[in-house]
Write a protein that binds this ligand. Sequence first.
Ligand code: DX5
Ligand code: ZN
Length: 215
Amino acid sequence: MSDIAISILNCDFNNIKFELNRINDSSIKYVHIDIMDGYFVEKNTENLFDMKAICKYTNKKIDVHLMVKKPKIFITNFLKYNPDIISFHIESEENISENISLITSHGIKCGIAINPETDIQTLNNYIENIDVILIMSVVPGKGGQKFISSTFKKIKLIKEKLLKTNPKIKLEIDGGINNLNSKSLNKSGADILVSGSYLINQKNIKKASISLLKV
Ligand code: DX5
Ligand code: ZN
């Protein structure tokens, strides 16, 4: 069964304690933090997340998704919040292996995120050293977009590749996930489903998150 990560990109940041409390009450496993630098993607969310408050009020694990050109400085900044996973993009512009080591040497799980249009062969050299592959099912940059259906084929191809190389890697799928596509994603072997607007817009997050876990 998959785990659920909730992207809080579109939550009510003026009422962060209330927002996190209604998440605490559910079986969601991770709070997914979307960091954007204004270069890798247009939007900049560097000052959006009050990590001190988030760590204080959540009882969930933290899952950081860095949509940035130069991840190193962001990775360094996030170490102090002891997240469970830090993911950065294969399309980023720094040395990938160095950033993997920076994350894993601190006992944090390392994820590599991959954009919809990027060839999965680009992951080949890193598969043995990472814990998570974060497959983007929308073009990164904002919440509330439509799920790209070719993601299913990509999941299948990556699964096949991992069977021969590193079957322990978790597959995290991010973007446009709701109760209509979650069942097929669970069947496809996805390990973590990231859902933002679908969950945040529900009155009863606890109930909605259960609906994403159905197989
Ligand atoms: C997209 C982000 C996603 C997104 C998920 O750039 O990485 O995490 O916020 O939100 P929804 O579920 O609304 O697509
Ligand atoms: Zn994300």
